[in-house]
Design a protein around this ligand. Structure first.
Ligand SMILES: Cc1cc2nc3c(=O)[nH]c(=O)nc-3n(C[C@H](O)[C@H](O)[C@H](O)COP(=O)(O)OP(=O)(O)OC[C@H]3O[C@@H](n4cnc5c(N)ncnc54)[C@H](O)[C@@H]3O)c2cc1C
Ligand SMILES: *[C@@H]1O[C@H](CO)[C@@H](O)[C@H](O)[C@H]1NC(C)=O
Ligand SMILES: *[C@@H]1O[C@H](CO)[C@@H](O)[C@H](O)[C@H]1NC(C)=O
Ligand SMILES: *[C@@H]1O[C@H](CO)[C@@H](O)[C@H](O)[C@H]1NC(C)=O
Length: 547
């Protein structure tokens, strides 16, 4: 290791200019072809017709739109912009910066804080949350397919995963922290070792990543490269305000169906997009966006809608109910030597309701995120923080979503009621105890500071309790230090708001495909399943209509 030197400012300026130029060149070189059918919403006509209109260009919405465009005319509407040209977003190192840069009206990560007091984030960009996430990719657990309540054909499920994986999933190369965590998990009894696998298997494994070997992000937006350009339009800065519902009656049976949407562009003009005969509207606006838009369109609990003065199109009592977020707990340390940057690459899948993951963040000295951490002992320019965390499966604790405004741009109010179900707390106690086991493993010794009376970790933030055998003390730690791993889901549950074929119950020509329909978070991390579901539903429709 070179000794830290005092860099004088001309060097710094040179370094910064050099960095900016390299980023700019990288962006120019890699401008993807799909941008050819991405439009600023202002350029779209005030009225137009499509076979399928998809609300939300996110994790599920992009593969769905690309697939349907094979045979049909598709419109994909995204409230955010495009990821290209946003260097922080496109690299692994930029993860924390893009998460903390939430000040602008179109910053790709939109911050929200639940009523539980836990800060959280949602994607607002083409690619959705898959364009701001930590990139870990792992398929759903086998039980998920049965428990999801969805009518899923296992063969098409596998084909859909494979389609996604061929395009945007990579095998990560473990560096120092991830390797040590893998070894520590095995020492702590999270076995067997399953090597690299995209499947959900008990034990310790290396999972997939949507960051490639040069650290460059791939997201759901990349899947738009598979679209048929002549059949698809993607509009960005297109904020959908309402789904249009019409009633018709044939033979005295009255039916409600979705006939189109209203969206607003950046300069405030309204556009109508309408569906052709046999066409449908899809909601893929995510766990916050989909229930919010149903409510704003008059689909929700009648008394609640009336209290906002929203005309009721259909009484659907569970819209916004059964909202979940998997609690995350863990520790962070500053190690005695610099670590490489890593987001999640290794996971420990236990039998006791908990998954263990890790990250190491190199934080530039000038970053606003820096003030959160203590001074790094060996380098004045960067500091590393290594994190070990656990997330519980499920969860069972449930909360709800309500409107804060009838303006769609305002985040709805959410509450998750972390640990209100005692089983969730028990899982967290199991998981944090396992973190204790990993920290005591031989693999972790290098990460301690040696002192006169032995060695110890230098913690950033809370430490695990000394008495880790005490359930009450550990449970208190769980409640006191709860944060999110951003796997929130629900609000439009299968069996409550949509049926097993993704259709909104009571409304024709309207379906939902995204995290809002899920009763549990699939696998260790949900993006694989949501990407798969987008492709899956597109394939199902193509097959059904050509029959
Ligand atoms: C910081 C972070 C890190 C994460 N890390 C991981 C990880 O490592 N691995 C993993 O598997 N999962 C991870 N996740 C979770 C995962 O990314 C999400 O569960 C998943 O992307 C959600 O997909 P979705 O399709 O439900 O919604 P999204 O991908 O969020 O898509 C919804 C889209 O709809 C748009 N939209 C909403 N309302 C409107 C409207 N009214 N009009 C037009 N457009 C609208 C939004 O802008 C957004 O683009 C992470 C999430 C976050 C936020
Ligand atoms: C979209 O178009 C409008 C009108 O031409 C313009 O004001 C706005 O800046 C454009 N947005 C982007 C991100 O290009
Ligand atoms: C789908 O893939 C999984 C492994 O990823 C395998 O266990 C399962 O048998 C496959 N199912 C079908 C129907 O091919
Ligand atoms: C917690 O771990 C114990 C011991 O492994 C196990 O018996 C119990 O079922 C776990 N709790 C849950 C909720 O999974």
């Amino acid at each position: 290791m070179a000794k830290p030197t005092n860099l004088s400012s001309p060097y710094l300026v040179f370094f910064m200019i050099f960095t900016v130029i390299s980023f700019a060149r990288a962006e120019l070189q890699q401008s993807p072809a799909y941008l050819g059918f991405v439009f600023n919403a202002t350029e779209l006509p005030s009225e137009d017709y499509y076979d399928y209109i998809i609300i939300g260009g996110g994790t599920a919405g992009c593969p769905l739109a690309a697939t349907l465009s094979q045979n049909y005319r598709v419109l994909l509407l995204e409230r955010g912009g495009v990821p290209n040209g946003k260097p922080n977003l496109m690299t692994q190192e930029g993860f924390l910066n893009s998460l903390t840069d939430v000040d602008s009206f179109d910053s790709p990560a939109q911050a929200f804080t639940s009523e539980d007091g836990v800060p959280n984030a949602r994607g607002r960009i083409l690619g959705g949350s898959s364009a701001i996430n930590a990139g870990f990719y792992s398929r759903a657990d086998q039980e998920f397919y049965g428990r999801s309540g969805l009518n899923l054909d296992p063969r098409v499920v596998n084909q859909s995963y494979e389609w996604v994986e061929r395009a945007i999933v990579f095998r990560p190369e473990l560096k120092n922290w991830q390797s040590a965590v893998r070894d520590g998990l095995l020492e702590a009894g999270v076995d067997p070792y399953n090597g690299f696998s995209l499947d959900h298997v008990v034990g310790t494994k290396i999972g997939g990543s949507t960051f490639d070997s040069s650290g460059r992000r791939h997201s759901a937006a990349d899947l738009l490269s598979y679209a048929k350009p002549s059949n698809i339009r993607v509009a960005v800065y297109a904020s959908v305000e309402r789904i249009l519902i019409a009633s018709s009656s044939t033979y005295s049976v009255s039916k409600q169906s979705a006939i189109g949407v209203v969206f607003r562009d950046q300069i405030g003009n309204y556009h109508h997009a309408m569906v052709r005969e046999k066409g449908e509207v899809f909601l893929s606006a995510g766990t916050l966006g989909s229930p919010q838009l149903l409510l704003l369109s008059g689909i929700g609990p009648r008394p609640y809608l009336s209290s906002w003065g929203i005309p009721v199109a259909h009484h659907s009592p569970y819209v916004g109910q059964y909202l979940y977020d998997n609690p995350r707990n863990g520790i962070s340390i500053v190690p005695p030597m610099p670590l490489e940057h890593s987001l999640i690459q290794v996971v420990g899948i236990t039998n006791s309701g908990t998954y263990l993951e890790a990250a190491s963040n190199v934080i530039p000295f000038a970053s606003p995120a820096r003030s959160v951490f203590i001074r790094y002992p060996t380098s004045p320019l960067f500091l590393t923080v290594a994190t070990l965390m656990e997330k519980i499966s499920g969860p069972l604790s449930t909360g709800s979503l309500r409107l804060a405004s009838t303006d769609v741009r305002v985040n709805p109010i959410v509450r998750f009621n972390y640990f209100s179900n005692p089983v969730d707390l028990e899982k967290c106690v199991n998981g944090t105890r396992r973190i204790g086991d990993v920290l005591r493993s031989r693999s972790m010794e290098d990460f301690r500071f040696r002192g006169w009376f032995g060695s110890d970790f230098r913690y950033v933030g809370p430490e695990l309790p000394v008495d880790q055998s005490n359930d009450l003390v550990m449970g208190d730690f769980c409640r006191r230090t709860v944060s999110t791993i951003w796997h929130y889901h629900g609000g439009c549950l299968v069996g409550k708001v949509v049926d097993r074929n993704f259709r909104v119950i009571g409304i024709d020509a309207l379906r939902i495909v995204d995290g809002s329909i899920l009763t549990v978070s699939p696998g260790t991390n949900p993006q694989a399943t949501l990407l798969m579901l987008g492709r899956y539903v597109g394939m199902k429709i193509l097959r059904e209509r050509t029959r």
